[in-house]
Design a protein around this ligand. Sequence first.
Ligand SMILES: *Cc1c(COP(=O)(O)O)cnc(C)c1O
Length: 354
Amino acid sequence: MNIPDLPPPAQRLVIDQAALAANWRALADLAGSPGVAVGAAVKADAYGLGVDLVVPALRAAGARDFFVAHWAEARAVMAHAPAASIAVLHGVGNGPEAHFARATGVRPVLNSLLQVRHWLEAGGGPCHLMVDTGMNRLGLAPHELGDPSLGLLAIEVLHSHLASADEASAQNEAQLRLFCQCAPQVGAPRLALANSAGIALGRAYHFDLVRPGLALYGGIAHRSLADCIRPAFRLEAAVLQVRDLGAGDPVGYNATFRAPRAMRAATVCLGYADGLLRAFEGQAFLRHQGVILPVVGRISMDLVVVDCTAAPGLGEGDLVEVPWSLPQVAQASGLSHYEALTVLGRRLARVACT
Ligand SMILES: *Cc1c(COP(=O)(O)O)cnc(C)c1O
């Protein structure tokens, strides 16, 4: 049977590709591009916004280095960028990963001497190397950099990663100093240390390549970036039903809300499976044509009810928007900007804004 085209989606994550490009350019200005290459961390499906719209926008803006965590993520990015421009931060932990890397040309970021061995046993070739300068998460220890096996590698980029770049912490300078000591031992053609917040720490942290993620997507990784980073998406969903409530009528699971007076309520097709977490209850609101619509009662998996008394024209099929900025969501929920992005539901249709 021929399955017909889907009808237009009732919920949409609208990706602003112009804002993505503008954020990339703002970071490039800060980093002093073209001297410093500005890459993009696009792991976790571009922090939830979707690589299919994000990677083409960033490539068009000028990004030439893309970072993902997993090999499956690399395959999704390969549809939009040359394999050699993609690096997998988790490296190669076994033979099959090393063979996939060799077969595709996607670069592994090698994180341990065991990973180096997997890579060399598979035949080796161009790769990146991560040195741990104090985060104690991923990367070779500085004292391992003298290992003779490293001499057999074709290392394109030496990386390290900052643990506290979003704070004025002495750890930043300590990591910078250690990275500078490690670099000559490896002799890689390019060096990379900074994530989004690291870019805001200044020229000394930029080296040859920076790896922003959060700031590209509108997250404020460091206070000083608040003025130059724009929101890069908005979330919209349709009203499925509108009803009148009498005083005392309950709404939703467990009747946690009762109408204090006669009111109108609209049921919107958005729920916690879409990222509107129950942790937002009591603080969440939607918006229609500038009118605030407070969420009332429990947030369900697929649905939420809003008080739409103030929007008498609102009817079935109308789109309402989730008007929060990442800083607002973070403040209301206690989530980080990173989490507020990555909880966005997979089933939301990612569409480019026109
Ligand atoms: C995720 C990640 C980044 C991007 O960090 P942001 O804080 O989102 O800019 C950079 N480098 C590494 C190694 C990462 O894991």
